[in-house]
Design a protein. Structure first.
Length: 201
């Protein structure tokens, strides 16, 4: 019996300054756990099967990139063929937000066809220590056509909503893109005229 799994794999890449909590964010989503001493010293891959409302199952890969700005060519290998990019920053570290624009520009310059970009603020529970105001980050996201979420892996604030929103938008855009491709193919077929064959008399 077919288990209704779409054979297409969706790829989402998470990129931010190292050691700001990006690994905690994805682990909270995948495993629903939180360990403040859990850091990633290498790029990590997480798989998750997503069940849509219509019952269809999709496989999503989440790549938590260990950022190596000096070796950007390595990062590019992980970013290639991504459907979505999540750029993260720590609301208590101004510098982590300042690096977002540079990364966004570089990725857009080097890669075409990425369906979605999202800006995700980390450590929303530490709002009393914030160096980046929500209004500023939200405006940046709007100006750059990005989804925006404020999250806390520690307190599990908006983590599920963040990933669900990103996944739903990627699936929606992918369906639109496939419909457009089908229309293009159909139009090409309609434009072809049948070849005239000689008749024997």
């Amino acid at each position: 019996m077919e288990d209704n799994i779409n054979r297409k794999t969706f790829k989402i890449v998470l990129i931010g300054d190292n050691y700001i909590g990006t690994t905690s964010l994805i682990r909270r989503y995948i495993y629903n756990d939180y360990d403040p001493n859990k850091y990633s010293y290498t790029t990590q891959l997480y798989d998750k099967t997503i069940i849509l409302e219509n019952g269809k199952k999709l496989l999503f890969q989440f790549w938590d990139i260990y950022n190596q700005e000096r070796y950007y060519s390595i990062n590019k290998l992980y970013i290639r063929n991504s459907h979505g990019i999540i750029l993260t920053y720590d609301i208590t570290k101004r510098r982590s937000f300042g690096n977002i624009n540079y990364r966004l520009d570089r990725i857009k310059e080097d890669f075409q066809g990425i369906l979605l970009f999202a800006l995700v603020g980390l450590k929303a529970d530490l709002y009393e220590e914030e160096e980046v105001r929500e209004e500023e980050a939200r405006k940046f996201a709007e100006d750059n056509n990005m989804l925006f979420y404020l999250t806390s892996a520690k307190e599990n604030i908006d983590v599920e909503n963040c990933f669900n929103g990103i996944i739903n938008e990627i699936v929606r855009k992918d369906e639109i893109e496939n419909e457009n491709k089908n229309l293009i193919n159909l139009n090409n077929i309609k434009r072809k005229r049948p070849s005239k064959k000689g008749c024997l008399k």
